[in-house]
Design a binder for this molecule. Structure first.
Ligand code: DOR
Ligand code: ZN
Length: 362
């Protein structure tokens, strides 16, 4: 061995060929219903022990009874032998009552409520038109310790789409945090450096989820060689410096950040359309993407906290007992998943990824 080789070996720590972590949870999943649920659930269930299920069905899941029935449909769609646990949420509307919110929480039907500003995104037209008006609901949630999960984008059509998150934070989120000092808040799918800082500043009772796609694409990716409908989601990817800030936040070890994939499947026909639906189907490549990012940032030792500990602690859930192995093993990714007579395009589908999901031990 030459001196240079010896030096290189000493200077470069050996790269791990695999890591074994506690089984992770996905704190933000759109599983849809019917044929789509059947098609996409196996991918989330193969990677995650539990998922916080978004309620933006048509019609939305606004009652305890509807959430219970939806949970049954998810159980029925689980692949043979799967122990995946859906954690349900309530879709807040202008008509939501504190008693219904508390009933679902106390009965163990839902773990949180989702706040969509009316019209902000896919199936958000039943959402909340006036956030301060929902004060009685938030007061009850503060009292019972139930988190509100927020899609943080301004719905003012005059606001530039790349500024909608920033405007929401200033005009709606910060005032809400001030009005309800004990309310637990998850800022979903953080996409800017400033939002990550707001989460940090309120970390005693606020947290932020970070998607896999926002860690690997920026707004320029949406136009790489032409318009890329399958990378379009809301909040839309921002400038490169924001992507770098998100990578830093996710891999920092700070307990206020955790996984929320926002896997949001749409049929190819709805994506490759005159008016493309918002959503990235990241469920099939979520862990492969996250672990690659942690590896690139030399933070593999912090991956378990982000993937499997921080979120559960924030929600007050027991940590999962089983383990999952992630291996540095190249594997080709399937391009699309069949649904009815069309398909859903997989995020990073058709690529060969450097990390693979290995053995899951329940
Ligand atoms: O891109 C998105 N798709 N963002 C959302 O907030 C909703 C989601 C969906 O349900 O398709
Ligand atoms: Zn979502």
């Amino acid at each position: 061995m030459s001196v240079t080789e010896m030096f290189d070996r000493a200077a470069t720590p050996k790269r791990a060929d695999s890591i074994t972590i506690r089984r992770p949870d996905d704190f933000h999943v759109h599983l849809r219903d019917g044929a789509m649920l059947q098609a996409v659930l196996p991918f989330t269930a193969a990677q995650f022990a539990r998922g916080v299920i978004m309620p933006n069905l048509v019609p939305p899941v606004t009652t305890v009874a509807a959430a219970s029935a939806y949970r049954e449909r998810i159980f029925a769609a689980r692949p043979e032998g799967s122990d995946f646990q859906p954690l349900m949420t309530c879709y807040l509307t202008d008509a939501t009552t504190p008693d219904e919110i508390e009933k679902g929480f106390k009965d163990g039907v839902w773990v949180a409520a989702k706040l969509y500003p009316a019209g902000a995104t896919t199936n958000a037209h039943y959402g909340v038109t006036d956030i301060p008006n929902l004060a009685p609901v938030f007061e009850r949630m503060e009292k019972i310790g139930m988190p509100v999960l927020i899609h943080g984008e301004s719905t003012d059509p005059a606001v530039d789409i790349f500024d909608r998150e920033a405007v929401f934070m200033e005009q709606s989120l910060l005032p809400l945090l001030r009005r309800h000092a004990g309310l637990k808040v998850v800022v979903e799918h953080v996409t800017t450096a400033e939002t990550a800082d707001i989460v940090r500043a309120h970390a005693t009772r606020a947290a932020g989820t970070i998607t896999p796609h926002h860690l690997v694409i920026n707004r320029t990716s949406l136009f790489q060689g032409g318009l890329r409908p399958h990378l379009y989601c809301l909040p839309v990817a921002k400038r490169e410096h924001h992507r770098l800030a998100l990578r830093k936040a996710a891999t920092s070890g700070e307990t206020c950040f955790f996984i929320g994939t926002d896997t949001a499947p749409h049929r190819r026909t709805a994506k490759e359309a005159e008016c493309c639906s918002a959503g990235v189907f990241g469920g099939a490549t979520a862990l492969q993407t996250y672990v690659q990012v942690f590896d690139e940032e030399n933070a593999l030792d912090r991956f378990e906290a982000f993937a499997s500990v921080n979120g559960a602690r924030f929600y007050g859930l027991e940590l999962n007992r089983g383990t999952i192995v992630l291996e540095r093993r190249e594997a080709p990714i399937l391009a699309a998943v069949a649904v009815d007579d069309t398909e859903v395009v997989v995020f990073r589908g058709g690529e060969t990824l450097p990390w693979s999901v290995g053995k899951v031990s329940p």
